[in-house]
Design a protein around this ligand. Structure first.
Ligand SMILES: Nc1ncnc2c1ncn2[C@@H]1O[C@H](COP(=O)(O)OP(=O)(O)OP(=O)(O)O)[C@@H](O)[C@H]1O
Ligand SMILES: [Mg+2]
Length: 580
């Protein structure tokens, strides 16, 4: 933090550049006390001396928005990392986030005489097969009339594509570039109804058990090394979203390098095109300046809001929001503010809820809809879920995917604890109605049954631990192993297997129905040993089935084997039901 004396007015969050030894360091105003201004420098302040001069820009930290952002790698301040010289970011080096030379094929959507307002669509260009809208500047006040608009053709982002006339008769020239301050939420929508459409992630334990919605919020708390990053990457690879924005926030650089090297090779399972074409990465790793880390999640959110205004489905991921909160803590401590719990800022709760509040499913002015779904990870120190970041996130995020050390230790991946985790969306009547239509009316009852069985399985396993295997009736073993079957065949999923990594909804439905039918089947056993051996064979077949391509010969082969196995032990009425 640097204290400056100013000779004119400055505003909270204004950006300034401090000049030192040939470099200009970007900084943000965090407190103004008379002519004393406290600024947080986004760079290393090494070599900065008393007496250095600074220039104020008159605007807040803002991002530049327009075509050309997809598949880019940015840092937290939206510098294009590919334009950087060398491997490491040089201090004081800032690059332009878009390409001024590229040409875009513009198709007008508005016509001369149209009345338009901020964020209304004037035309569209195509980037990586996504139709991107060119909109009326977000800051535009009141209603304007389109005075002229260019014909379909190729233009650069700086070419004027339309001229508007505002209510006072002033001309407004519009090109493809927009600017927006990252800490201000975009509210250019008409309505923000509760989200109700399922966002398919391909991860069974999420889609089947605790589904997230388009425009929904969720978070993944988990102790170190329990699989937060792997799970987030899996979701970002497979989710049925138009745009995926990944904010790597304060995590190790090697994890981000993994995304940089892996994503360009991967194919989007929904469109068959390169995954990177719909992805933007905002990297602010642990070796980058802390202050820019605070900005990086806002940068990511603002990019998301930009695409949402075009009626697209955006999925935003942040790994990890704890590192973001630590950056907030560091700044608050430097300003000598009164600390809250664990030395986090007193207003941590409102900062987190404001951030999550920017997500959502929205209706735009022309009746189309867009959404930002947000999933953040939280790394609670020592796995303590009572620490402030987890607690405050829990208050605002609607889905909770608790990764558990014990499950990770036993290699039951993804290590989401099925009993503690939840999705509040299943309680929304509009979601229930949607699921009834999209999948089937009894789906959520089946999900409840699975959860009850998992809970029962856990209770029995505790009883067996105390009383011993022969201290409980044989039926208890059967109930326990039915829960294990659910665990192994539905909950556990190999993120590193090409087939098993993604389970489309239709396949999740089939596997769930099969498992539920088996759970409803009555079996005959004499002693508990038989139960274990039998169910282990069944689990093995189920797992092989998950590895086989859906509806392939192999898949049906395993299904056949499963039915044969059932016939061995199931009492006859149950089997005849299954064979139907
Ligand atoms: N779904 C999965 N399938 C197979 N292996 C997994 C899965 N999830 C996690 N793992 C294993 O767990 C390891 C640690 O996962 P990951 O790096 O995601 O943990 P993390 O919670 O992000 O850790 P950190 O707190 O250090 O960031 C992985 O390298 C991988 O071996
Ligand atoms: Mg991680």
């Amino acid at each position: 933090m640097v204290t400056l004396t100013v000779d004119g007015p400055v505003s909270q969050n204004e950006i300034c550049y401090i000049h030192t030894g040939g470099d200009s360091l970007m900084a943000e105003v965090i407190k103004v006390v008379g002519s004393q201004v406290y600024v947080q420098v986004f760079e290393s302040t090494r070599g900065l001396k008393v007496g250095a001069e600074a220039d104020f820009t008159g605007h807040m930290l803002e991002v530049t928005l327009g075509p050309g952002m997809l598949s880019k790698n940015y840092d937290g301040l939206q510098n294009d990392l590919d334009k950087m010289e060398g491997v490491f970011l040089k201090r004081g080096q800032y690059t332009y986030p878009l390409d001024k030379e590229s040409v875009w094929h513009f198709v007008p959507l508005a016509k001369v005489g149209d009345k338009v307002k901020a964020s209304h669509w004037l035309g569209q260009v195509e980037e990586n097969h996504q139709p991107l809208k060119i909109m009326v500047p977000f800051q535009q006040q009141g209603e304007c009339t389109v005075k002229s608009i260019v014909a379909e053709g190729d233009y650069t982002i700086e070419d004027i594509i339309a001229i508007l006339e505002d209510a006072e008769g002033n001309e407004v020239k519009v090109n493809m570039i927009q600017k927006w301050p990252v800490k201000v939420a975009m509210t250019n929508y008409v309505e923000k109804p509760r989200p109700f459409r399922l966002l398919e992630t391909g991860v069974r334990v999420i889609d089947t058990l605790d589904p997230i919605t388009e425009g929904g919020t969720g978070f993944i708390p988990g102790p170190f090394g329990t699989g937060k990053t792997v799970l987030q990457h899996a979701i970002s690879k497979q989710a049925e979203a138009d745009i995926v924005i990944i904010a790597a926030c304060g995590e190790r650089a090697n994890e981000v390098v993994e995304i940089f090297t892996e994503f360009p090779e991967l194919v989007d399972p929904h469109t068959g095109r390169k995954l990177m074409e719909r992805t933007i990465i905002i990297a602010n790793t642990s070796n980058m300046p802390v202050a820019a880390r605070e900005a990086s999640v806002y940068t990511a959110m603002t990019l998301g809001e930009f695409y949402r205004s075009m009626g697209l489905k955006v999925l935003l991921m942040a790994d990890s929001t704890s590192r973001w909160a630590q950056a907030l803590r560091e700044m608050s401590n430097r300003m000598e503010e009164l600390p809250g719990p664990d030395a986090f800022p007193m207003d941590l709760s409102s900062i987190i809820s404001n951030f999550y509040g920017r997500c959502g499913y929205v209706k735009l002015y022309n009746g189309t809809t867009g959404s930002i779904t947000f999933i953040g990870t939280v790394s609670p120190a020592g796995g303590n879920l009572k620490e402030p970041v987890t607690e405050n996130t829990k208050k605002v995020a609607r889905c909770f995917y608790a990764l558990e050390q014990d499950r990770a230790d036993r290699k039951r991946y993804p290590a989401i604890n099925p009993i503690d985790s939840y999705s509040k969306y299943v309680e929304y009547p509009e979601f229930q109605e949607y699921i009834a239509k999209r999948i089937e009316p009894t789906w959520l009852d089946k999900v409840n049954e699975l959860k009850t069985r998992l809970q029962r399985g856990k209770e029995i396993s505790e009883q067996i631990n105390i009383l011993g295997d022969d201290g409980v009736p044989v039926e208890y073993h059967v109930t326990f192993w039915k829960a294990e079957l659910i665990d192994f065949v539905i909950l556990q999923q190999d993120a590193f297997d090409e087939i098993d990594a993604v389970t489309p909804l239709e396949r999740q439905e089939e596997i769930m129905n099969l498992v539920i039918d088996i759970c409803h089947t009555e079996f005959k056993f004499e002693v508990f040993n038989e139960v274990m051996d039998y169910f282990k064979r069944m689990i093995n077949i189920g797992k092989q089935m998950n590895y086989a391509p859906f509806k392939s010969e192999k898949y049906y082969d395993y299904k056949e084997q499963m039915l044969d196995l059932l016939k061995e032990r199931a009492i006859s009425e149950s089997v005849s039901k299954l064979l139907k």
